[in-house]
Design a protein around this ligand. Structure first.
Ligand code: RB5
Length: 151
């Protein structure tokens, strides 16, 4: 599978481990950075990775920041991309089975590396249950809706 991986400065050790893990499993991994612990802005890293999925260049994206919150927010702004913020094996599994998420977001300050790798595995190995498609179609109808930026 072609998989994009992206993480900010708080997640360098996690993204390195995830990339090595996926490559060892035989996946084609595209690394969107960041490579160092120099502070950066997670939208700059996560958006291109998600756009690569929207463009059909990658099939999945693994995103990591401190909490996973920021990368999941930007990922869900990319048209056509559904990103799930997961905190454990169960939510990583549900991200595929119920939500058919293109992107999995993790928090490097929330889960340790072995847990993150196990979450990536369960996310990639789980199968979407088609009975949930109606809900995903309804999500798609809301793409492009607008809200005040400071409600
Ligand atoms: C960076 O300090 C931190 O804000 C970021 O990694 C992430 O947790 C944001 O949601």
């Amino acid at each position: 599978m072609h998989i994009a991986v992206a993480g900010d400065h708080s997640a360098v050790a996690h993204t390195r481990a995830i990339i090595a893990h996926l490559a060892k499993l035989g996946h084609k991994v595209q690394d969107f950075g960041t490579a160092t612990e120099t502070s950066c802005d997670y939208p700059d890293i996560a958006a291109p990775a998600c756009e690569s999925v929207a463009a059909g260049k990658n099939e999945r994206v693994i995103l990591v920041c401190g909490t996973g919150i920021g990368v999941s927010m930007i990922a869900n702004k990319i048209k056509g991309v559904r990103c799930a913020l997961a905190h454990n094996l169960f939510t990583a599994q549900m991200a595929r089975e119920h939500n058919n998420a293109h992107a999995l977001a993790l928090g490097a300050r929330i889960v340790d590396i072995p847990t993150a790798l196990a979450m990536v595995d369960v996310y990639l190995n789980s199968t979407f249950e088609a009975r949930h498609q109606r809900r995903l179609d309804k999500i798609a109808t809301h793409e492009g809706c607008s809200l005040p930026t400071n409600p």
